[in-house]
Design a protein around this ligand. Structure first.
Ligand code: AP5
Ligand code: MG
Length: 191
């Protein structure tokens, strides 16, 4: 089993690249953002509670996403591992994921961090806003807040993973195909 974090700020291409990597390497793609949007679309109580937090670009409580991920890990069988997209987002979530995996005799094998310039992130998200209908893409202030929240709460995970020897920065600028080629190259080296 190989478990990989695909990491990076909002708009860095985590979702775009995860879909392709999951297919190529037979991994299960787990995106907490997608799971939360599915709750909202289904009109569940949880979705209703989380939607205002998400539309401001703030993080939902750790325990909500930790429980979602634990359920998905337990209900998935027969894959070569997991590709975590948008999770973990705090050091607390990272510790919880490590414990979850350890109990199941697994670990985080690598953290691939997409590095993208600030202006390119904003450009990509505003462009996506035209089709996605995501409320958190429409307002430039919310985009800036998501980037700030990433820097304050999520980036510290990089140091945590660097100490564990699993941190791998990846140039996230350029075409989707070129970036995919770089990521796939790193995936092949993971043990
Ligand atoms: P989430 O859904 O994870 O959103 P995000 O981190 O803000 O990231 P995005 O999905 O916007 O960007 P991405 O990196 O996936 O880029 P993409 O491939 O789409 O989270 C949303 C919210 O949910 C959070 O704000 C929070 O409230 C909550 N949440 C989720 N997980 C949580 C957690 N673990 N804890 C707490 N709260 C949580 O690409 C972006 C656009 O760019 C697309 O249009 C794409 O087509 C385009 N694009 C991609 N690559 C390229 C390229 N190379 N060139 C040009 N365009 C490109
Ligand atoms: Mg995404």
């Amino acid at each position: 089993m190989v478990n990989v974090l695909i990491f990076g700020p909002p708009g860095s291409g985590k979702g775009t690249q995860s879909v392709r990597l999951a297919e190529k390497f037979n991994l299960t793609h787990l995106s907490t953002g997608d799971m939360l949007r599915a709750e909202i679309a289904a009109g569940t109580d949880l979705g209703r509670k989380m939607s205002s937090i998400m539309s401001k670009g703030e993080l939902v409580p750790d325990e909500v996403v930790i429980e979602m991920i634990a359920k998905k890990i337990d209900s998935t069988k027969g894959n070569a591992g997991f590709l975590f997209d948008g999770f973990p987002r705090t050091v607390e979530q990272t510790v919880a994921l490590e414990e979850m995996l350890k109990r199941r005799k697994m670990k985080i094998n690598s953290m691939l961090v997409l590095e993208v310039d600030h202006d390119e992130l904003v450009k990509r998200l505003l462009f996506r806003a035209e089709q996605s209908g995501r409320p958190d893409d429409k307002d430039p202030e919310v985009i800036e807040n998501r980037i700030d929240v990433y820097k304050q709460k999520t980036e510290p995970i990089i140091n945590y993973c660097r100490q564990r020897g699993i941190y791998q920065p990846v140039d996230g600028m350029g075409s989707i195909e070129d970036i995919f080629g770089r990521l796939a190259g790193y995936m092949k080296k993971i043990k």
